[in-house]
Write a protein that binds this ligand. Sequence first.
Ligand SMILES: C[S@@+](CC[C@H](N)C(=O)[O-])C[C@H]1O[C@@H](n2cnc3c(N)ncnc32)[C@H](O)[C@@H]1O
Length: 326
Amino acid sequence: MAELNEAVGALGLAAQQTALLRGALTSGFLAHCADEVSVEDLARVTRLSPGRVRDLCAALRAAEVLASDNPGRYRLSDTYAPLLQHGTDVQIANQLAGAAVQAQLLEKLFTTDGPDRYGDLPDPDRAALAAGVTLAPSTALARGLMSQLLEATPQWQELLTGDDVRYLELGCGLSGGLLTMLQLHPRVTAVGVDLAGDLLDRARVQAATLGVADRVRYVHADAAAFSDPEPFDVVFWSQFFFPAASRVKTLSNAYDRLRPGGLLVTPVLLTGPDTPQAALNVALFRSWDIPVLTAEELGTELGTAGFTAPAVHPGPSGTLVVARRP
Ligand SMILES: C[S@@+](CC[C@H](N)C(=O)[O-])C[C@H]1O[C@@H](n2cnc3c(N)ncnc32)[C@H](O)[C@@H]1O
């Protein structure tokens, strides 16, 4: 019984501390803790009462987010200090918000109806989920991660550095990756296609904020049906949001949209199939009829669709499979 209590207590504590961190990030509370700050000063800038701030600081310290070297004064702990560099706080707040939505969906896996399909989720939940799996494109962190990803995938990088490169993303969602890539490669123009109009609206606003709106067009359409008179050099396919029934037609369309020699790039959901996170992803995505494929299985799927030389590229923020239209 003691062991059970300990195990369940640890789970409950992790959930509560996650919520605490999420609140501390999204409210901007933590942004004031880069350097040592007093409870009174924190109360002034956050407009919370000193008593509440004291309690929150104590709870954040117990969670090892904050450290305290002097009474009544707090700073980010050494572990959490990188949060305030390169926009990492924005990225992590998005990931935690996405995880909170995913947690609610996981609970509903035990009902016979299962969780809502991705397309049927309330808009804010879908947006949170989408933001949790993409890059926050306004951040230096995103630009750094995208640079590393491109360096780890030389054939992709090489194509993007040419003149008048045309780039298509099928299932672009909020298009964080696409918008980050456009900032790094000023000669690329892009089209993003998605079934979720609400995400495209948000993506358009973000594109304008980032100053790349003149180089990206968003199309509210089924990826299997999208057409364009001009061929593309690259098609990025966000495959792990595509249910089984849509995949053959989508891949066939991706093939048709590419020029001969063009590149299909697609991310893998699973990096380590035996991790607890992978098991949760499998349970949720399979409930949406999405096959959770290894890189090798994805390569086979691309081969069946006519693409050649599928290559697996493990990168800093996940694994990509890249193949060519012959
Ligand atoms: C979450 S996004 C992927 C993230 C994206 N790579 C980024 O950087 O933001 C995946 C999207 O695929 C879209 N999707 C799934 N099936 C689709 C289809 N048949 N046609 C168009 N979009 C589809 C979903 O609506 C979802 O928004």
